[in-house]
Design a protein. Structure first.
Lengths: 101, 194
């Protein structure tokens, strides 16, 4: 995962989506659109998903019909927690500074 | 749009192709989706290329990989660099002796050449000024090595620098001559132009 903002980091958005439970590709697209207001393209989605699987942060589950769900691994959960904690600290500092002006 | 999936690397298609095609049946076929798929295919092809090439370029702990054929011939490279910058070296040294040290008779001896140079095409000036920089790059090439290796799945590129006496001497001369000429031209441009 990169250190970019969540909106420009599809990998982070997918990890957040999967932290709510296993999902297949289309369900992830809908979920990301719902909580982040972003419409990921299918190429972007599967590009990020394959990278996350390669890094061991997500894993595929058995096919459900024609769809394959994915879930967060323990490493994925730890990576997500670390990243969100870092972002949270930055957001808190940013909001405090903005509030002081 | 499903045809675009064929542009993805075959290994990637075997793993994710059907899932992606299945997803394409559920999302609207817009120009943005097409662009997104093409971009995804380009990224995956690049990633596959890196995966194929990187292990061949170097394995973990291997020697630095030459980035240029000239790296195998550092001495010849240094001599070529010296040859390229030789006219500039001569020009700078003779000018220095004539105009800074003011050796007797040298000024008069050099003046016709300087007048000719003033009338010469601009390319001559460019060559005299650019030669030390070009020579610097050529002499520096054999001293630089790249090592590419995979560490925990990530591509790591390491820059290695080695020392070669002749090349370092040429580099130092290039810096001196190039720096002298550039500073001289800068001073002339800033203070001596009408």
């Amino acid at each position: 995962m990169s250190d970019r903002s969540p909106g420009s980091d599809p990998g982070l958005l997918l990890l957040i989506s999967l932290s709510g439970g296993p999902k297949h590709g289309h369900a992830m697209l809908l979920d990301v659109a719902a909580f982040a207001g972003l419409r990921l393209g299918p190429g972007t989605l599967y590009g990020a998903l394959s990278r996350l699987e390669e890094d061991g942060l997500v894993e595929p589950l058995p096919l459900e019909g024609r769809r394959r769900p994915y879930r967060l691994t323990d490493s994925g959960l730890a990576a997500l927690r670390g990243r969100l904690t870092g972002l949270n600290a930055a957001v808190s500092i940013g909001l405090a500074r903005v509030g002081n002006r | 749009m499903k045809r675009i999936v064929r542009l993805y690397p075959s290994a990637w298609r075997r793993r994710y192709g059907e899932e992606l095609i299945d997803l394409l049946e559920e999302v609207p076929a817009t120009p943005a989706t097409t662009v997104d798929l093409l971009r995804g295919a380009a990224v995956m092809q690049f990633r596959a290329l890196v995966d194929r090439v990187a292990p061949r370029l170097a394995s973990a702990g291997g020697p630095p990989i030459p980035t240029h054929a000239l790296q195998r011939h550092p001495t010849a490279t240094a001599l070529i660099a010296a040859l390229i910058t030789a006219p500039t070296i001569i020009f700078v040294v003779v000018s220095f002796l004539a105009y800074q040290v003011e050796l007797p008779g040298m000024h008069a001896w050099l003046q016709p050449f300087m007048d000719g140079l003033a009338r010469a095409p601009r390319i001559v000036d460019v060559f005299l000024l650019g030669a030390p920089f070009l020579a610097f790059l050529i002499a520096a090439l054999p001293l630089i090595g790249l090592r590419m290796e995979r560490v925990d799945g990530d591509l790591r590129i390491t820059l290695a620098v080695r020392a070669r006496t002749l090349n370092l001497i040429v580099l130092a001369v290039c810096v001196l001559v190039g720096g002298f000429l550039a500073s001289h031209l800068l001073v002339e441009f800033l203070f001596e132009r009408p």
